[in-house]
Design a protein around this ligand. Structure first.
Ligand SMILES: Cc1cc2nc3c(=O)[nH]c(=O)nc-3n(C[C@H](O)[C@H](O)[C@H](O)COP(=O)(O)OP(=O)(O)OC[C@H]3O[C@@H](n4cnc5c(N)ncnc54)[C@H](O)[C@@H]3O)c2cc1C
Length: 452
C-alpha cells in the first residue's frame, strides 16, 4: 500500500512537460530552484536538474577555496536536499550526448571512488532541454599548458592546488628552519592571466602566505620565501576594465610583492618552468592557468548545435538555439548576443544569474500561452577583490559613456554582497540569514585560513 502514493506521483509527473536542466552551477541551480518552486509545485511541469557532482559550490569563490580562506565544506549545497525543498528532481551524472530527434539526453554512469559502477548510464527524455554546463579552461593550445598548468574549474581543482601550496610552504619552512640553513630558492607560483580570476587568486595567495607564516610556518618569510608572479599577455592587468582600475590594481599587487609581468606571452609550460615568447625561462613550482575559458568539449558531440569560436552554444535573445526551439543554453556555455551587437555576453556569474531569472519567467509565460520577450542584460558593474587589501568596483554609466570607480569599504561590501545575492536566489531570505549567521560564527571561532 505504501507504494501507491509514489506510483501515483510518478504517473502524474510522467504526463507533465519535462524541463531538463543540465548543470547546477551559478545559473542552473537558480533556475531549477525557481522553476521547481513555481511550475513544479503547481504541477504544471516536471523539473529535473542533472549535475555530474552531488553538491554545488559557487564558482566565484574558487580562488578563496584554493588559497584556504574558504572551507568548501561550509559552503556546498547538496542538490538532493535542494531538490526536496524546492520541488524538483535531482539526477546525478554527466551529460554524454543528446538525441535531438527523439528528445532524449544520455546521462553517464555514476562510479564510486574505486571506479565501480553505482548507477548505469541512463536515458532521460525531455520536452525542453536547458544547457547550463558552464565552461572549461582554455589553454589556447599552448604546448605543455594542459599537462603542467593547473586549471581552476571546480572544488576538486581548488583543493588539489591548496594541498600542493600548503606542502610547498611546509617544505620551505622546514628548510629555512634548519640550523645553519643554506639559502634556498623561493617557491615560485605563477598565475597566468591577469583577468579578474588571476588577479583575485594572486592577491589571495599572497595574503594566505602571510597567514600561514603567522599560524603555522614560523620560519617562513612570506616575501623572501614565496614568489608570486602574475603573467599577462596584454599591456595591462584587468584588460577589459577601465585603465584607471588596471593602474590601481597593479600598484596594489606590487605593494603585496606580487611580480606583475604584462605584455608577456607564454610560449610553453614545462614541469618546472615557463618559457615566454621572447625565450625567457621563469622558474615554476606551481603554475595556475587563468587565461581564458571555452565551452566544454562535450557540446561538440550534440549534433546540429551551432557553436561559437570559443565552443559555446550560439543562442538567440530568447536563449534558444536557432535551429531547435526545445534546446536552450545560458551562462558560460552559451554565446548570447550582447544587445543586438556582434559581440557575446561575457562569461560572468552576473550574466548567468540574470539569465536564470529571465528563463524562469519565460517558461512560466510559455506554459501560460503568453508571448515571451527577449533577454536584456543589465550590467550592474564589476567588483574585483584583492582580499584583505580591499576591492575595486567599476560601474559603467549610460550617461555620457563614463565609468565610476569605487574602492575601500564600499567596494569590499559589494564584493561580499555578491555571494549573499546568490544565496538569496537559491535559499530565500530566512535560510540565507541563518546561513550567514552560522558562517559568521564559524569564521569567528576558527583561524582565518585552513591550516591542514
Ligand atoms: C576563480 C573564479 C572567480 C570568479 N569570480 C567571478 C566574479 O567575481 N564575478 C562574476 O560575475 N563571475 C566570476 N567568475 C565566473 C563565474 O564563476 C561564472 O561565470 C559562472 O559560474 C557561470 O555560471 P554557469 O551556471 O554558466 O556555470 P558554472 O557555475 O560553472 O556551473 C556549471 C555546472 O555544470 C556542471 N557540469 C559541467 N559539465 C557537465 C556535464 N557534462 N554534465 C552534467 N553537469 C555538468 C558542473 O558540475 C557545474 O555544476 C569567476 C570564476 C572563477 C573560476
Amino acid at each position: 500500500m505504501a507504494l501507491i502514493p509514489g506510483i501515483l506521483a510518478k504517473a502524474r509527473t510522467a504526463s507533465l512537460p519535462r524541463i531538463l536542466i543540465v548543470g547546477g552551477g551559478a545559473g542552473g541551480l537558480q533556475l531549477a530552484t525557481r522553476l521547481g518552486s513555481t511550475l513544479g509545485r503547481r504541477g504544471q511541469a516536471h523539473i529535473v536538474l542533472v549535475d555530474r557532482l552531488p553538491t554545488h559550490f559557487w564558482k566565484p569563490l574558487l580562488h578563496e577555496a584554493a588559497s584556504g580562506h574558504r572551507d568548501p565544506a561550509s559552503h556546498t549545497i547538496e542538490y538532493a536536499a535542494q531538490a526536496k525543498r524546492y520541488g524538483f528532481e535531482f539526477v546525478q551524472g554527466e551529460l554524454k550526448s543528446v538525441d535531438r530527434a527523439r528528445r532524449v539526453a544520455t546521462i553517464g554512469a555514476v562510479l564510486d571512488n574505486d571506479g565501480t559502477q553505482i548507477v548505469p548510464q541512463r536515458e532521460v527524455p525531455y520536452h525542453d532541454l536547458v544547457l547550463a554546463v558552464g565552461s572549461v579552461t582554455n589553454f589556447f593550445n599552448v604546448p605543455g599548458a594542459a599537462r603542467h598548468a593547473l586549471p581552476l574549474e571546480h572544488v576538486g581543482h581548488a583543493e588539489d592546488f591548496r594541498k600542493r601550496f600548503l606542502a610547498a610552504c611546509a617544505k620551505i619552512n622546514h628548510l629555512a628552519d634548519a640550523p645553519g640553513a643554506p639559502l634556498v630558492r623561493p617557491v615560485c607560483i605563477n598565475v597566468i592571466g591577469a583577468g579578474a580570476t588571476g588577479v583575485e587568486l594572486a592577491a589571495a595567495l599572497r595574503h594566505a602566505v602571510g597567514q600561514l607564516a603567522a599560524y603555522r610556518f614560523r620560519a617562513l618569510d612570506p616575501d623572501r620565501d614565496v614568489q608570486i608572479r602574475l603573467i599577462e599577455g596584454t599591456a595591462r592587468v584587468l584588460p577589459v576594465l577601465d585603465p584607471r582600475i588596471s593602474a590601481r590594481t597593479r600598484a596594489q599587487l606590487e605593494r603585496l610583492h606580487i611580480e606583475v609581468l604584462t605584455d608577456t606571452r607564454v610560449a610553453s609550460v614545462e614541469e618546472d618552468a615557463i618559457v615566454t615568447s621572447t625565450g625567457a625561462v621563469l622558474p615554476a613550482d606551481m603554475t595556475i592557468w587563468a587565461a581564458g575559458v571555452a565551452g566544454p568539449a562535450m557540446l561538440r558531440t550534440i549534433e546540429g548545435l551551432a557553436l561559437s569560436a570559443s565552443n559555446q552554444v550560439i543562442v538567440t535573445d530568447t536563449l534558444q538555439t536557432p535551429d531547435d526551439p526545445h534546446v536552450f543554453a545560458f551562462g558560460d556555455c552559451a554565446a548570447c548576443p550582447a544587445g543586438g551587437s556582434s559581440r557575446y555576453l561575457p562569461p560572468r556569474a552576473q550574466v548567468a544569474h540574470q539569465q536564470a531569472v529571465y528563463l524562469s519567467q519565460a517558461f512560466a509565460r510559455r506554459i501560460a500561452g503568453k508571448p515571451v520577450a527577449g533577454f536584456v542584460f543589465r550590467d550592474s558593474g564589476t567588483v574585483v577583490s584583492l582580499g584583505e587589501s580591499g576591492a575595486l568596483y567599476q560601474a559603467d554609466l549610460r550617461v555620457r559613456d563614463r565609468s565610476v570607480i569605487v574602492d575601500g569599504l564600499a567596494a569590499s561590501g559589494l564584493y561580499r554582497l555578491l555571494y549573499r545575492k546568490h544565496l538569496l536566489g537559491v535559499h530565500g531570505t530566512r535560510h540565507t540569514l541563518l546561513q550567514t549567521l552560522g558562517q559568521f560564527l564559524q569564521r569567528y571561532n576558527r583561524p582565518s585560513i585552513k591550516l591542514h
